[in-house]
Design a protein around this ligand. Structure first.
Ligand code: EPU
Length: 353
């Protein structure tokens, strides 16, 4: 078993959705589980710290990447089985997320339509527990296959073992931190299985979707209709990374207690907020940033998108791209002004490398 060829000084500009210029000192393409095992069997590669790269749609590169980059390119899509209650579908971690969503619908297996057009790869979807328009990955998740980057052992995790939270999972925590069982830097996800429940039921209720329902007069949309609506909504308010580099929402929507919320509403009656099932209140980070006057502003080549203040963008394009340092300077300036005005600390969503 020989390891796939390690590539030196591999340019990452087209492998991160901000379009930041950086290099991987060494990169190995992982197309099969055996490629990881071969890396671990190679003494020169095995000893190095490792960084798993998926679609690069949720990272900020602040310099060249020194750990060994494992670029996940495991492909394949198939129906595992169909029961009276669900379709169980599997996709390789290297598959493009949106292409898999479109494919499941074309096969007649609805359920992922609210998650259309999210940039990135299938392997990243459980790491982030991606979510949009009332559905999170965890609502459609069956299990995943991964490889332990220390032992080379393959293992499987179910939803409970992934410890999903809002834009959070076991893959974002380091073992030992806060007494956690964490797998950050320890696991490479190779395949993900989805459970698409039968009978299919539309998930509506989100303000943007309800608006589409009212505007079109279609009261009972099918899955394809919802897919089309979600694509149209996202295209209208989120920049396409292919034309304007970005990493989606840059901050998580913060949660506060009802007391804190009442206090903020007294001062800021217009604040956009949503009650959560546990009694806490979620605040719209985009609204907070917008209220601080950041929409459309820039620091260097890092900008705040003019249609959605939660998204930071690369205003320099491919020719004069933003640096990770500029993105983080802008992010910190936003955090400071939101904290000074509202007393709320915004937490970044992307992984800073
Ligand atoms: N708002 C403003 N000004 C802004 C941006 C937003 O006032 O500049 C207000 C909007 O008018 C709306 C509220 O804030 O009342 C929420 O905005 P939006 O519906 O656009 O959703 P979001 O909370 O900003 C979240 C997710 C998105 C996801 C959408 C739809 C997070 C951090 N972001 O955005 O996810 O697509 O809801 O479900 O939870 C991502 O994670 O990368 C992402 C794009």
């Amino acid at each position: 078993m020989s390891a796939p060829l390690p590539l030196s000084s591999f340019p990452l500009q087209t492998h991160n959705s901000f379009g930041i210029v950086a290099k991987a000192h060494t990169l190995v393409r992982v197309a099969h589980e055996a490629d990881v095992q071969a890396v671990l069997a190679d003494p020169a590669l095995a000893a190095r710290p490792k960084f798993v790269l998926g679609g690069g749609s949720n990272i900020v590169l602040t310099g060249d990447v020194k750990p060994l980059v494992l670029k996940v390119e495991v492909m394949g899509r198939r129906l595992i089985h169909e029961t009276p209650k669900a379709w169980i579908v599997e996709a390789g971690a290297g598959e493009n997320w949106h292409a898999v969503v479109a494919w499941t619908l074309a096969q007649g297996w609805p359920g992922l339509e609210n998650l259309a057009l999210i940039p990135g790869s299938v392997g990243a979807s459980p790491v982030q527990n991606i979510g949009a328009y009332g559905v999170e990955l965890q609502d459609r998740f069956e299990s995943l296959h991964a490889i332990d980057l220390v032992t080379g052992q393959a293992f499987t995790l179910n939803a409970a073992q992934c410890a999903f939270g809002y834009r959070d999972s076991v893959f974002k925590h380091t073992a030992g931190q806060d007494g956690d069982f964490g797998l950050a830097g320890r696991a490479l996800i190779t395949r993900v299985r989805f459970r698409l429940p039968k009978p299919w039921k539309a998930v509506l209720g989100y303000a943007d979707l309800e608006r589409k329902r009212a505007d079109t007069g279609i009261d009972q949309p099918d899955a394809q209709q919802i897919f089309d609506w979600v694509c149209a909504i996202r295209r209208a308010k989120l920049p396409d990374p292919a034309t304007l580099g970005n990493a989606g929402s840059f901050f998580k929507n913060p949660t506060v207690s009802p007391d804190q919320c009442a206090d903020i509403i007294a001062r800021e009656p217009g604040i956009v907020h949503y009650p959560m099932p546990n009694g806490d209140i979620k605040l719209a980070a985009g609204w907070l940033i917008d209220a601080c006057g950041w929409k459309g502003k820039s620091i260097g080549n890092a900008g705040v998108y003019d249609k959605q203040a939660l998204v930071l963008v690369n205003r320099g394009g491919a020719a004069n791209p933003v640096t990770g340092g500029e993105v983080m300077t802008l992010a910190r300036a936003i955090q400071t002004s939101v904290y000074e005005r509202f007393g709320i600390r915004l937490e970044p969503e992307p992984v800073v490398v």
